[in-house]
Each structure stands twice: as C-alpha cells, then as structure tokens.
Ligand binder design. Structure first.
Ligand code: NI
Length: 158
C-alpha cells in the first residue's frame, strides 16, 4: 500500500468523465488499497479515483460504518433532502453548504465484480452523491449555496 498524491481543484483531471471498469486487475486492487490509505491519512470519508489522478469509475467511502468500495456506481433512487456542510479532499481547508438527497439507493460492483445494491441516508447518502459526481467531473463547489468558508479541522471531508 502507498499513499497517492491527491489532486486539487484546478487540476484538469477533476473535470473529466471517468471510464467504466471492466475487470478488477491486481493493479486496480492496489489502487483501491491506496485510495483507502490516502483517504484515511487525509481524514476523509470518501475518495474518488480521479482525485488521485486515475480516470476510472471507482469510489472508496468510510463514514464510520466500515469500508465501502463502489465500482461503476449508479444512483438509482433518491428521496428527501438534507442541507449541510460539505468538504472535499481536493479543496482542503474549505467547506460549503450543499443540499443533497437524504436517502440514496445505488447499484455498484464490488472488488469481485459482483453487483450489489446499497441504501444510505444522511452522511452516507451525501458521500455517495459527492463521490459519484467526481466520476463525472463535478466537484461540490458547483452546488454550494453561498460562499465557501474556511474550516480548521478536516474531519468532515469527502
Ligand atoms: Ni470530493
């Protein structure tokens, strides 16, 4: 395992649409391990592959309920809304208010390329939406209501 370099807003890689994964190769397993290590080291709860410069549809999430790997994730259902603070490891030290669905149902593939469904509310729903956006070249700042503000701690980063 190794730490990867996190790409920051302004880097063109964060604006690209990522490619679907067709096979989980050893290289992709290493990438996933590295994404978790990089995410934890930065005190994040989610990371998308483009944030470490890889244009593949892979997301790692841990909102405190264990590790979640989502390959080729698709959001298939949403409900309700939540308005709250959101941050991103690609924009350290900043946060902003974003409205997201309060419930999300998503479909994705795991590391064995088995399809699964996951439901999440609150922070997990927010994290899934935020990370799936990254795979399509979007960052949360596009959705911020009002101004970004400075944060002292980065323990709510996505
Ligand atoms: Ni992010």
């Amino acid at each position: 395992m190794a730490l990867r370099q996190i790409r920051y807003v302004g880097d063109a890689v964060l604006t690209k649409v990522c490619r679907e994964v067709t096979e989980v190769t050893p290289k992709i397993r290493d990438l996933i391990d590295d994404m978790f290590e990089t995410m934890y080291e930065a005190n994040g709860v989610g990371l998308a592959a483009p944030q470490v410069g890889i244009l593949k549809r892979i997301v790692t999430i841990d909102v405190g309920e264990g590790q979640l790997v989502m390959i080729n994730p698709r959001i298939i259902e949403t409900a309700g809304s939540q308005t709250g603070e959101e941050g991103c490891l690609s924009l350290p030290g900043k946060a902003g208010i974003v409205t997201r669905p309060n419930y999300v149902k998503a479909r994705a593939f795991d590391e064995e390329m088995q399809e699964f469904e996951i439901e999440g509310t609150e922070l997990l729903a927010r994290a899934i939406c935020h990370e799936v956006d990254h795979l399509d070249g979007h960052v949360y700042t596009e959705k911020v209501e009002g101004e970004l503000h400075d944060v002292v701690y980065e323990d709510q980063e996505d």
